[in-house]
Structures are given as C-alpha cells and as structure tokens.
Ligand binder design. Structure first.
Ligand SMILES: Nc1ncnc2c1ncn2[C@@H]1O[C@H](COP(=O)(O)OP(=O)(O)OP(=O)(O)O)[C@@H](O)[C@H]1O
Ligand SMILES: [Mg+2]
Length: 296
C-alpha cells in the first residue's frame, strides 16, 4: 500500500513537472503578432510623412518620378507657398475658397485662364498647387495645358525628358512624364512648345486620357494651367473638359470689358468660379491679388 502511494505520488509529481514544463514552453513561445506594415516596400517617396500626418498614400502615385524644387528658385519666381508663412496667407485663403466651392459642387477639375497674356495665371496656379500640397490628405495633379508657350518647367526649375503632349497623343503612359512633389502633388508639364495645341486639346483621345488617368490616380483635384482666352482657341477647345474655371485678371492690365467678355464666353461652356485680380499694387501684401467670387 505504501509502495502504491509512493508510486502515485511519483506519478503525480512527474505529471506536475511535465505540466509546468509544457506551460513554460507555451509561455516562452513567441506571441503571434499582426504582421508589421510593409512600409518600405509599399510607401512611395515622402510616404512616411503621410503615415504620420494623414491617410495612406495612394499606391499608384509611387509610379511618379520624385521632384524637389529649390525654394529660392521658386521665391525668385513669386512662388511663395512651398512652406507656408506670412507671404502665403492670401494664397492659402484662395485655396480654402477654391476647395469649399469645389467640394460644395462636386467639382474636381479647375482651369485657370485670363483674358490676355501675362496676367499671372502660371504664378497663381503654382502658388495654389503648393498651398494645396501642404494639406496631407489632398492629392492634386497640375497639368500644363498652355502647350504653345509652356512656362511651368522654367518656373519650377524642372527639366522634363518627356512631356504631357506625348501622353495626350497616347505615345507614353501618364506616369512616364509625371513628376511628384511631397507624395501628393503631381506635375504633368509640357516638354516643348506645340503649334497644333488646339487640335490636340480637341481630339477625342484627350478626354479619354484624362478620364483614365483620373481613375488610376484618384486625384482630389486637377488643376489646368491654360493659355489666355484671347490669344487662341485652346481654352475654348478645352473648356468642356473642366468643371470650372478661374479667371486671372491683371490690375491696370485687363479692362472690365475684357474680363466681362471672357466670363461670358467661358460661362457658355463651363462654370466660372470667380475672378482673381492679380498684381494689385495697392494691397498691403506681397502676393498682390484680390479675389471676386462668381460661384454660388
Ligand atoms: N502678383 C504679382 N505681382 C507682380 N508681378 C507678378 C504677379 N504675378 C505674376 N507676376 C509676374 O507677371 C509675369 C507674368 O506672370 P505669369 O507667367 O504667371 O503669367 P501668365 O498669365 O501665366 O502668362 P502667359 O499668358 O504668358 O502664360 C511674370 O514675370 C510674373 O513674375
Ligand atoms: Mg502662363
């Protein structure tokens, strides 16, 4: 009997040792964890900032060539919104108005034009674009549609080997000519002047190319730098492709009659969001423009 009790005690002790050992093994097993985000593999340039500050970047945007403009070069060209601050306040206000109006109306495509050349369209559109890029949840694509007299590459200090016209003609994909700043602002620039601009803008393929690009890259906003309305028929040829248009008038440069005619012609094709009075020397700011809202 005593031997049996001893055997039972031994067996119990053995069982307890085995149980303790197996619990120990279990405790020492690495705790399974959710797989870590494959950040390095998935996130495009600048993407870490997006993970911290906003939603995950749109994956397809990693196809674009990264670009980093020189802040001094931009400033010399009156582009002041790269880093925000005092000089970008008026452009940031313009950004807010544009965003509110576009969201309220469900618009995504905004063209900027003027009655005559040199009113400041390209300066305004670049300032607006960099102001938008400081919003980490907004993805903007700026397309240079002033194909006869392109200037954005020079203003940005950006050289392109291939341009937007090749994409519009279907010879290359959008990503092959696009450059991207700060993960959320893409540029499609004109490589060299095209004298057949309105033919290109009017062709059916242009509308299809824009739609396909929009579907793939899902931009929140598309900005179009256009030629002046009076110089040629490019703006009118393209007007039906956009949701709305902003008119940039030059103070002491554009007449009321010109602005009125511009607004009337454009209103037949698209929505006129408003008029920016640029180069106002009497304003107490360095950006020098005022804004008149047309949109309801
Ligand atoms: N608010 C401003 N105050 C003073 N000068 C300005 C202002 N905005 C733009 N400019 C200057 O006016 C000139 C024309 O500007 P910009 O190229 O932006 O005009 P544009 O309307 O795009 O011209 P184009 O019709 O040739 O495309 C540039 O030298 C630019 O620096
Ligand atoms: Mg221009």
């Amino acid at each position: 009997m005593e031997r049996i009790q001893t055997a039972i005690n031994k067996a119990r002790a053995q069982r307890e040792r085995e149980q303790t050992a197996s619990e120990q093994v279990l405790r020492e097993q690495p705790v399974p964890v959710a797989p870590a985000l494959a950040r390095d593999a998935e996130v495009p340039h600048g993407g870490d900032a997006a993970l911290k500050d906003g939603p995950a970047p749109r994956a397809a945007w990693s196809e674009f060539r990264p670009m980093m403009p020189d802040a001094d070069h931009l400033l010399r060209n009156r582009i002041m919104t790269l880093h925000g601050g005092r000089n970008s306040v008026l452009y940031d206000q313009l950004r807010t108005k544009v965003l509110q109006t576009m969201r309220a109306n469900g618009w995504k495509r905004l063209a900027i034009t003027s009655p005559a050349p040199g009113c400041g369209k390209s300066t305004v559109i670049l300032n607006l674009a960099f102001s938008l890029a400081r919003q980490p949840d907004l993805y903007t694509i700026l397309l240079e549609m002033d194909l006869r007299r392109p200037s954005l590459g020079g203003l940005l200090g950006l050289r392109t080997e291939k341009g937007i016209a090749s994409w519009l003609e279907g010879r290359i994909g959008f990503a092959q000519q696009a450059a991207c700043y700060n993960f959320n602002l893409a540029f499609a620039l004109c490589h060299q002047p095209r004298s057949d601009a309105s033919d290109l803008l009017l062709q059916g393929r242009t509308g299809a190319a824009l739609t396909q690009m929009e579907e793939r890259y899902q931009p929140d906003l598309m900005l179009f730098d256009m030629p002046p309305l009076q110089a040629n028929d490019d703006m009118m040829a393209f007007a039906s492709q956009v949701d709305c248009v902003l008119i940039v008038a030059g103070a002491e440069q554009s007449t009321i009659k010109q602005i009125d005619a511009c607004e009337r012609d454009l209103a037949q094709q698209t929505n006129v969001m408003g008029v920016i009075l640029n180069k106002c020397t009497h304003l107490d700011t360095d950006s020098g423009y005022g804004y008149y809202d047309y949109a309801k």
